[in-house]
Design a protein around this ligand. Structure first.
Ligand code: FE2
Ligand code: FE2
Length: 456
């Protein structure tokens, strides 16, 4: 059955019918181009280990050149500066050589499958050739019939650092909880119990409260966060916008009903420090069904909301308050990491570029001490605006299973990721974690803990 979505796009059994919002479409094609150029770079490195990857690199370059034609016809030049950072992201997952990580080569092909499924239908021409090149690539790749054993579970230690001065208070960051997904509620309740015992005086939850935006999930998510024994802030994520059950964009109403405020951003102050919570989820349905990166195909069912983030005028006003001269120090929280977003899919999965630029300008005011985002389910430093870090915080449900704590002093703060204390629960959840996900989620030691000091 064909399904209409509000921007005029229509989907039918995984086929995309009709058009998509223009600026998202351009970001999609840019993203596809970066992925192919980055794949080419990875294969060129692998060719030093096995010469068969020379052909793989050439195929990826050819695919990029096909995509580039559609970019140019839309008046956009290609984003060269994204290639190597995105190639490094892929290498971090699949290895410097083709044998380093189980399924590494297959994963690199799945990225191409993603490109074909998402960007292929929107190219001016060449989609058939694009797909054919990918088929040629797959011909050489053995597809495994059994999964390798997951890596052994080893608890992730919290990295202890000296806070920059006397600690005035501690706050917690609870990233996506995805109530309604397998393990979502169990892991979220374990995180809430740990946060209640942590001494945190305030907790900020980073959106994706629900998995499918359904009313029963909102009710359960509200129940989970209300078990926090300190004041807390929540925000909308892309999973909260579109109700799969109702097949409608009713998340804003449900959020207001269960979380008690209109999702247009919120600013509060605690002990002289401001906390700005932005609701960056765009109220727009995706024309795509969900995509399975394991099989490289679309899945049954609706795709929910678009994955990109955007800020409304009201949230820009909050940011203007944060940036006002003489205002107190502030932390900014939002679901979508700002640009340049180099994870997967690059650009498209992050905050809209215009809003990211605004966030950068707000950091230049000198009032912002840090930005924290969810959405990616990993520990990563997305970027720095000057010396202000923008961190992605991993989640309770997925490896490495936890939340973050921040000790605030007069001079700055000490941030650290903390794994759930129930190691039995973590070990059980870990049984389904692949080597690639392990490499994706954990983050480097510097991304799991750091100390930030204000400059003056
Ligand atoms: Fe999420
Ligand atoms: Fe998300």
């Amino acid at each position: 059955m064909a399904v209409s979505v509000p921007d005029g796009s229509r989907t039918d059994g995984g086929r995309i019918l009709g058009r998509m919002k223009d600026d998202i479409l351009i970001d999609l094609v840019r993203s596809a181009w970066i992925i192919e150029r980055a794949r080419a770079s990875v294969y060129e490195g692998w060719a030093g280990h096995d010469s068969r990857f020379e052909a793989s690199g050439e195929r990826a370059l050819k695919r990029a050149s096909i995509i580039e034609r559609s970019l140019e016809s839309r008046g956009r030049s290609a984003d060269e500066s994204f290639i190597e950072p995105h190639a490094n992201w892929i290498r971090n997952l699949v290895g410097q050589g083709p044998e380093e990580v189980p399924f590494g080569e297959l994963f690199a092909i799945r990225l191409a499958d993603w490109v074909d499924a998402h960007a292929g239908p929107f190219l001016d021409d060449g989609a058939g050739e694009l797909a054919q090149i990918n088929e040629d690539e797959k011909r050489d790749v053995p597809f495994p019939e059994t999964l390798p054993a997951p890596p052994r579970f080893v608890p992730t230690e919290t990295i202890a650092l000296e806070p920059p001065g006397e600690v005035r208070f501690t706050f917690g960051i609870l990233s996506d909880i995805h109530i309604g997904s397998p393990r979502g509620e169990t892991m979220a309740r374990a995180a809430v119990a740990d946060l209640n015992a942590s001494g945190a005086e305030l907790v900020v939850q980073l959106g994706d409260l629900t998995d499918h935006g359904n009313e029963d999930e909102f009710a359960r998510a509200a129940d989970v966060v209300s078990a926090l024994e300190m004041p807390f802030l929540t925000m909308m994520g892309n999973h909260d916008i579109f109700s799969y059950k109702e097949e409608a964009l009713i998340g804003r109403e449900l959020y207001q009903k269960y979380l008690g405020r209109a999702p247009d951003g919120q600013l509060l102050e605690h002990k002289g420090i401001r906390f700005a919570a932005l609701d960056s989820a765009e109220e727009l349905a995706s024309p795509f069904p969900p995509f399975n990166l394991v099989t490289g195909t679309f899945m049954e069912g609706k795709g929910g909301a678009v994955v990109r983030g955007a800020l409304t005028d009201h949230q820009h006003e909050i940011l203007a308050e944060v940036a006002a001269p003489g205002s107190p120090p502030a932390f900014v929280f939002l679901h979508h990491p700002p640009q340049p977003f180099l994870g997967f899919p690059p650009i498209l999965f992050g905050l809209r570029e215009a809003d990211s630029g605004r966030l950068h300008a707000v950091c230049d005011s000198g009032n912002v001490w840090g930005i924290f985002a969810g959405h990616t389910h990993r520990n990563t430093l997305t970027t720095r605006f000057g010396d202000i870090p923008s961190m992605e915080v991993a989640i309770p449900r997925d490896f490495p299973f936890g939340y973050a704590l921040v000790d605030v002093t007069d001079e700055g703060y000490y941030y650290r990721f903390v794994q759930l204390s129930d190691k039995g629960l973590c070990a059980e959840a870990h049984k389904t974690v692949s080597a690639i996900h392990h490499r994706y989620g954990l983050g480097s030691p510097g991304e799991r803990a750091f100390v930030w000091r204000r400059s003056s």
